[in-house]
Write a protein that binds this ligand. Structure first.
Ligand SMILES: CC(C)(COP(=O)(O)OP(=O)(O)OC[C@H]1O[C@@H](n2cnc3c(N)ncnc32)[C@H](O)[C@@H]1OP(=O)(O)O)[C@@H](O)C(=O)NCCC(=O)NCCS
Length: 161
């Protein structure tokens, strides 16, 4: 269900992002911000370029992508978007679990992200804490987001072994 993204996934990823920002993030950001963030139309070239430099995972059900996440070897979660029709069904939780496993495999001690207003409660529910509220500029528009992080508990040796 969770697998690395392939170049053939780019059209679905671009469309999913465009719709999710307009239909889900729109609850927390102004119409002007949403327009800048989502772009005029899906931008497959942008996502194809990102796919080539970041590890991207998709959650796929019946051949359709329900969510995707970008993860960097530093522990940075760069994107986490769930399809507008499949919110609150555990898709992001599954993607995050996969990222946690990857991070543990890489020996990382923390995960961090810049969460949107929309995503902050999700990350808080999953143990992340807010380090800082910040204002960032994107395509000439100012956005509020939150620097958040969570440590990855070091595995204790099993005393029964
Ligand atoms: C944030 C997002 C990725 C979560 O995806 P999701 O698949 O709906 O999340 P899940 O179903 O796995 O988990 C939902 C959990 O988050 C928590 N949660 C989500 N929104 C919440 C809210 N507004 N208030 C309180 N808790 C909330 C719930 O407690 C729930 O936990 P539970 O399963 O223990 O009840 C999704 O809403 C999304 O795509 N948002 C828009 C894109 C975005 O802003 N991405 C981040 C960019 S930085």
């Amino acid at each position: 269900m969770i697998r690395p993204a392939q170049s053939g996934d780019v059209p679905q990823i671009a469309e999913l992002f465009h719709r999710t920002v307009r239909e889900v993030n729109a609850a927390d950001y102004t119409p002007a911000q949403v327009q800048v963030w989502a772009g005029e139309a899906p931008e497959p070239e942008k996502w194809a370029a990102r796919l080539s430099v970041k590890r991207t995972f998709v959650c796929e059900v019946d051949g359709r992508i329900r969510g995707f996440a970008e993860f960097e070897d530093t522990g940075h979660i760069d994107a986490l978007y769930v399809h507008a029709d499949f919110q609150n069904q555990g898709v992001a939780t599954r993607l995050l679990k996969h990222i946690e496993a990857e991070a543990a495999r890489l020996g990382l001690d923390r995960l961090f992200t810049e969460a949107s207003i929309t995503a902050r409660p999700f990350f808080e529910a999953r143990g992340f804490i807010v380090l800082e509220e910040q204002e960032v500029w994107y395509r000439g528009c100012k956005f509020t987001n939150y620097r958040m992080e969570r440590s990855i508990a070091a595995r204790k040796p099993d005393p029964t072994r």
